[in-house]
Design a protein around this ligand. Structure first.
Ligand code: ATP
Ligand code: ZN
Length: 302
């Protein structure tokens, strides 16, 4: 058995994750959630004094905003849309018949106005754009959302519905790149405080197709994305538990995010993969939190 499925089996056996019959879709135990809550409090401790505006969106977003975002251009393979039955009684009868005989009953489902949120920051940009000009000294937001990505896997660290905590910064190029650098430093410090071995490396998003290869290379060449990596199911290929993204003025231009003088703002975001961080902790310190090193317990629970 490979490392990924054996770690997944141990997580099921311990009850930390709960099998639903779908790869990448799991229930979480109270203990697992308690680790995530404790780690989020640690994030607050590091980031709280920055005065970010906290906003929580549900795990679905306005389909029109999703279309504008260009997600289907870059990552069609990962997107999830919400469809519903919108027919009449006759349609309902034929749907039930389809189900009864085991035919595909989903083919007549209609797209709704909602798609599943692919990253916590996606609903933010249009929301902020609607408010008007960005202050001269920048703006900072604190987000957390369940995110959907269609990437079923036996690797417990690659889930289809998982939580991302994010800080999003808008402002001048210097302002947002300083923000990103400060979180790279903080990320390393935080992980050290909970006894995790980390490296930081340049990275790229999983752009779709042949044209996507060029976009990925470009992203790397320009150092637009970094990841903080921690070994979970492989030491040779550690898992991205945080990402640090500089969008230049791409999102500012797309969404019309401007300073009062009309110039376009730059944006950057820092994301914590909360399930991945919890899994890194369980993998490193063991499945029983009572056995975790005292210093780690103290950092998380005081
Ligand atoms: P990967 O290269 O591992 O697929 P990514 O580049 O898709 O990661 P981002 O889009 O930067 O990741 O997402 C921000 C963070 O969300 C990641 O650093 C990671 O911690 C977490 N994350 C991303 N995809 C998943 C997933 N499928 N399951 C659990 N956490 C995830
Ligand atoms: Zn990914």
């Amino acid at each position: 058995m490979d490392m990924q499925s054996s770690f997944l089996d141990r997580l099921f056996d311990s009850g930390l994750l709960i099998d639903t019959g779908v790869d990448g879709l799991y229930g979480r135990s109270g203990q697992f959630e308690d680790v995530i809550s404790a780690f989020e409090r640690l994030i607050d401790k590091f980031g709280g004094a920055d005065g970010a505006e906290a906003i929580r969106f549900p795990p679905g977003m306005n389909r029109a905003f999703f279309e504008t975002s260009g997600y289907m251009k870059s990552f069609p393979q990962l997107a999830g849309t919400v469809h519903s039955f919108c027919g009449n009684e006759l349609d309902h009868m034929s749907l039930l018949k389809c189900m009864e005989v085991g035919d595909d009953w989903t083919k007549d489902q209609q797209a709704t106005d909602i798609v599943l949120t692919p990253a916590a920051c996606y609903p933010l940009y249009p929301t902020v754009a609607k408010r008007g000009a960005i202050p001269e000294n920048g703006a900072l937001y604190d987000l957390q959302s369940y995110c959907f990505r269609h990437e079923p896997s036996k690797d417990p660290a690659r889930q289809q519905l998982f939580r991302m905590r994010e800080y999003v910064c808008m402002g001048s190029e210097k302002h947002v790149t300083d923000f990103r650098q400060s979180w790279m430093d903080r990320g390393v410090e935080m992980m050290k405080a909970v006894g995790l071995d980390v490296t930081i490396d340049v990275a790229n998003d999983p752009f779709f197709g042949r044209a996507g290869k060029m976009l990925a290379n470009n992203q790397r060449d320009q150092n637009l994305k970094f990841e903080l990596l921690i070994p979970i199911t492989s030491v040779a290929k550690p898992t991205a538990c945080m990402s640090f993204n500089y969008h230049q003025d791409a999102f500012g231009t797309k969404w019309g995010l401007n300073f009062a003088d009309g110039s376009v703002v730059h944006t950057a975001c820092v994301g914590f993969g909360l399930e991945r961080i919890a899994l890194a902790l369980f993998h490193t310190h063991g499945l029983d939190v009572k056995e975790w090193p005292e210093s780690v317990r103290k950092t998380l629970w005081g």
